[in-house]
Design a protein around this ligand. Structure first.
Ligand SMILES: Nc1ncnc2c1ncn2[C@@H]1O[C@H](COP(=O)(O)OP(=O)(O)OP(=O)(O)O)[C@@H](O)[C@H]1O
Ligand SMILES: [Mg+2]
Length: 274
């Protein structure tokens, strides 16, 4: 189960995020990016953050650690922004938090270089979870202490919005041509060989156990939270076996700006800049 903390101070909204996540301090002295249950995107976004965030970490990818955060909306009373006030009021009780990475920079494909192996692992993982939100327009990756961190897994697993045609979901191809790491020659085959065998029923069962029951209740067509968890396990298990062969890294539309000169670029993941 995820650790549970209580928010004690609302610090500031993160306006880059469509769901208006906020930075909060909690009673364990930690600082977290808080994603609110009252946000318009709905609780499925938070379920996706937990399933994908925990799975990514188990595969050795860098994803900030997650916590359950209890919120008393009273902590935001002095917040002047009406939109924030309303979000807090609608989000009393359980919410999701992730470790705040202080001083991190948004990943810029023109300024940072990523190796083919690491790029392959990220692309394969995104193919597994059907992530449509890691494009060069919206990379949803941070560079922190010279390493790549993955954030924002809310727009993944499209199949959980209807739970119909699950057999199709398991076999759905992944078009990575707009993926922010597509230009780094991602070695998807090597990633599939290394990561697919790690995805077992046991591992996935552990991962989905971290999703709070509260976000899985009353799911139409399911007989309680454990039945929903089971559905996540089944699709991901089946997808993991073959998705690597169904990733396309085609040509892009060509609207992207040209790269920074070689001497201005920095390698992530410990490699020295050239
Ligand atoms: N763990 C973190 N540490 C530091 N900054 C973060 C962290 N998580 C998110 N951010 C910052 O907050 C922004 C918004 O976060 P995120 O993308 O998760 O929100 P969102 O509402 O889901 O966004 P989107 O509009 O992409 O759907 C990020 O672009 C990043 O700048
Ligand atoms: Mg985002």
């Amino acid at each position: 189960m995820l650790t549970e903390v209580t928010a004690i101070r609302y610090v500031t909204p993160l306006r880059e995020g469509g769901s208006l996540p906020g930075i909060v301090e909690a009673d364990d002295l930690g600082t977290y990016v808080m994603k609110f249950t009252g946000a318009g995107q709905g609780r499925k976004t938070l379920v996706a953050e937990v399933v994908c965030g925990r799975l990514g970490r188990r595969l050795g990818l860098r994803v900030p650690d997650l916590v359950r955060i209890q919120l008393d909306p009273v902590i935001g009373l002095s917040e002047p922004d009406q939109e924030v006030q309303e979000l807090l009021k609608a989000s009393g009780g359980l919410n999701l938090g992730m470790d705040y990475l202080p001083g991190s920079l948004g990943f810029d494909p023109l300024a940072f270089e990523v190796g083919a192996e690491e790029a392959g692992r990220v692309v394969w993982f995104d193919a597994l979870i059907g992530n449509v939100d890691r494009s060069w327009r919206n990379p949803n990756m941070l560079v922190w202490h010279g390493q790549l961190w993955l954030i924002d897994h809310g727009a993944t697993m499209i199949w959980h919005h209807g739970w119909r045609g699950l057999d199709k979901a398991a076999g759905k191809p992944y078009d990575a041509s707009e993926h922010v790491l597509a230009p780094f020659a991602p070695d998807v085959a090597a990633a599939a060989e290394a990561l697919a065998p790690l995805i077992t029923e046991e591992l996935l069962t552990e991962v989905v156990a971290d999703v709070p029951d509260e976000w899985l209740t009353d799911e139409p067509g399911f007989d309680g939270p454990d039945a929903v968890r089971r559905a996540y396990v089944e699709v991901l298990l089946e997808r993991a076996a073959t998705v690597g062969a169904r990733v396309t890294l085609g040509e892009r539309a060509g609207e992207e700006p040209s790269k920074a000169p070689e001497w201005l670029r920095v390698w992530v993941d410990g490699k020295a800049s050239k």
